[in-house]
Design a protein around this ligand. Structure first.
Ligand code: NDP
Length: 308
């Protein structure tokens, strides 16, 4: 019985050290070194190789090293092998920092001030109380809920949107496609923390932007595939949107010369809102392995029908 890791090899060496301490009974391999393929029972991957079903005939669990699983082709997984996404505090904490930073930057007009600085203009914008600013989050999952909890003490008016009905203290919750327009009408700052699925691809589009209050701002920390890029450019040009902070794009990286690189109303970061942290990720994987070995349900098992 062995564990195979196929993601960043530098981080893999940290995973190997932690596994050696915590599970010395479980041999740990870092791709492309696999040991005996028939011994591989567990695998953690960012993107697995497509022949995983034939190459590792005794695979029991596939772990995603990331919180999102849109990079997996679920049809290549052996039948009956669950895909388990990464739920670990390192990812959540960093996302809370990034989303809070982005919301506060927009709330305090930093995209404007950066442009003013470039123009050499000393120009004040009246400070608005957080209570007068409405922040909405697309996605009330592990990350969306944690970000809302972090934003609450500032006093923003908070709302969120999910597929199924959710109750989050202090947050006006909306669920389902029919509730989306009403949710959007109350968002001065919209944060996308959805998984990328067939249902959510391209959701950040012209129609959605048109339903936001004029001058609203967008933060996309979900996936680049959520955004229709031309629609964002048009919404920024028309003033329907005031600014956008994008951590994810499609493709990554964007090609040189892409208008997002230099757009005065777009802030771009290279998919760094959060990163899986080996110490906490290995804890989460080991806890799930123990559940699996006891025959209990694991945390974060992906539902192939929903795609997340
Ligand atoms: P979860 O699965 O915990 O939550 C997903 C949320 O989205 C749920 O509330 C779910 O609804 C909602 N949702 C899914 N599909 C729909 C839909 N069609 N309509 C309405 N709501 C929908 O995911 P996480 O919070 O852990 O992560 C969210 C995403 O964040 C990841 O999939 C990934 O893409 C992105 N991410 C980005 C990172 C970065 O560095 N930029 C880092 C980590 C993650 P319901 O509650 O009903 O299930």
């Amino acid at each position: 019985m062995a564990f195979l890791y196929k993601a960043d090899p530098v981080l893999g060496r940290e995973w190997a050290r932690l596994f050696a301490e915590r599970r010395p009974d479980l041999p740990f391999h870092i791709w492309p070194e696999t040991g005996n393929p028939a011994a591989i029972r567990y695998m953690a991957a960012w993107v697995p190789q497509p022949d995983v079903a034939t190459r590792f005939p005794n695979l029991e669990v596939m772990f995603s090293t990331g919180a999102g699983v849109d990079q997996f082709d679920l049809s290549t997984l052996p039948p009956g092998v669950p895909l388990v996404r990464m739920i670990e505090p390192g990812i959540i904490d960093a996302m809370v920092e990034y989303a809070t930073m982005a919301v506060l930057a927009i709330h305090r007009d930093m995209p404007d001030y950066l442009n003013h600085q470039r123009e050499g203009a000393w120009r004040k914008i009246r400070v608005r109380r957080a209570a007068t600013r409405r922040v909405g989050i697309l996605g009330l999952g592990e990350l969306g809920r944690a970000v809302l909890a972090a934003l609450a003490p500032f006093g923003f008016a908070l709302s969120g949107w999910s597929r199924s009905p959710r109750a989050v203290p202090g947050v006006t919750c909306h669920a389902g496609a029919a509730a989306l327009p009403g949710f959007l009408a109350g968002c001065d700052i919209l944060v996308c923390l959805l998984p990328l699925t067939d249902q959510t691809r391209g959701i950040l589009n012209r129609d959605l932007f048109a339903r936001l209050p004029k001058g609203a701002a967008l933060v996309n920390t979900g996936r680049g595939g959520h955004l229709v890029q031309q629609d964002l450019l048009a919404a920024l040009d028309s003033g329907q949107l005031s600014s956008a902070i994008l951590d994810v794009t499609d493709p990554e990286p964007l090609p040189q010369g892409h208008p997002f690189w230099t757009h005065p109303r777009i802030w771009l970061t290279p998919h760094i809102a959060s990163m899986t942290q080996p110490e906490t990720a290995v804890e989460a994987v080991l806890a799930n392995l123990e559940r699996h070995e006891r025959g209990e349900p694991m945390a974060g098992v992906v539902d192939p029908a929903r795609g997340y």
